[in-house]
Design a binder for this molecule. Structure first.
Ligand code: ADP
Ligand code: ADP
Length: 229
């Protein structure tokens, strides 16, 4: 059975106002455990809205999102999100930002320290743990957002253009690193990208969306084994 299922989702912004937008219309899909799915489509077609609805940040006007058959109640739980605008807490250091999701984990201070440093190293930011977000480049902030999401070791990762701000060389390293974890740990991942290369290199399935209907138009399986060469 599907780990994540969404059925007939409708999302309407500014309902009843002249600027009403139907961002998603009857969007449905089933995602199996361990699948790596990319979402592509033009600006404004509802990609972020779909991801935010799957996370529980956006409540659909109708339709449902379920994880392992149970309706989601909001963000968190088995899910973690990498936000397009990073959403770091500016008054917290890199360390504190990455540690944020672990404060209720029951881990000891030392365990949290090792755990957080592991993920800070994963994104290549060792030595920056005591810096504040404003002291970092856009790409580094994005890497903090990735580390924070991975640090809670979620079953399902939702990532909104997770590599878009990272410089080209670091991006390849980050993509390899993320792909390795996703495959080794059988994580279920859904990410938005503007790069067809990234969709083909990283994902096993592509949701193609278009602006007008606000729904997934085509669901393409990629039949090339990893590693892609
Ligand atoms: P994408 O991620 O594909 O660019 P979005 O999901 O961000 O698309 O947006 C889908 C549509 O919904 C667009 O027309 C956008 O302008 C609109 N929209 C997104 N967020 C809001 C919001 N908070 N309030 C009103 N309209 C929004
Ligand atoms: P917690 O980890 O329990 O959420 P925080 O250190 O994040 O505690 O602070 C609690 C609240 O106080 C936050 O939700 C935030 O809104 C506010 N806050 C803390 N420090 C600052 C700051 N330097 N600037 C603005 N708001 C802050």
């Amino acid at each position: 059975t599907a780990i994540l299922e969404f059925e007939n989702i409708n999302v309407v912004y500014n309902a009843g106002h002249p600027n009403e937008v139907h961002a998603l219309k009857e969007a449905s899909g089933q995602i199996q455990e361990g699948e790596l799915i990319s979402i592509i489509g033009p600006s404004g077609c509802g990609k972020s809205t779909l991801l935010h609805t799957l996370d529980g940040l956006v409540r659909p006007a109708s339709g449902s999102v379920s994880i392992n058959g149970r309706k989601i109640e909001g963000p968190g739980g088995e899910k973690a999100m990498v936000f397009q605008d990073f959403a770091l807490m500016p008054w917290h250091t890199v360390f504190q930002n990455v540690a944020f999701g672990l404060r209720l984990s029951g881990k000891s201070k030392n365990e949290i320290k090792d755990h957080v440093m592991h993920y800070i190293k994963m994104v290549g930011l060792e030595g920056f743990e005591n810096k504040y977000p404003h002291q970092l480049s856009g790409g580094m902030k994005q890497r903090v957002g990735i580390a924070r999401a991975f640090a809670v070791e979620p079953k399902i990762l939702l990532m909104d253009e997770p590599f878009s701000a990272i410089d080209e060389q670091t991006r390849e390293i980050m993509q390899e690193e993320v792909l390795k974890i996703m495959l080794n740990e059988k994580k279920t991942v859904i990410f938005i990208t503007h790069s067809i290369d990234e969709a083909v290199f990283l994902s096993s399935r592509v949701f193609l969306m278009t602006v007008r209907p606000g729904r997934i138009i085509t669901d393409l399986k990629i039949d090339i084994p990893y590693p892609r060469t």
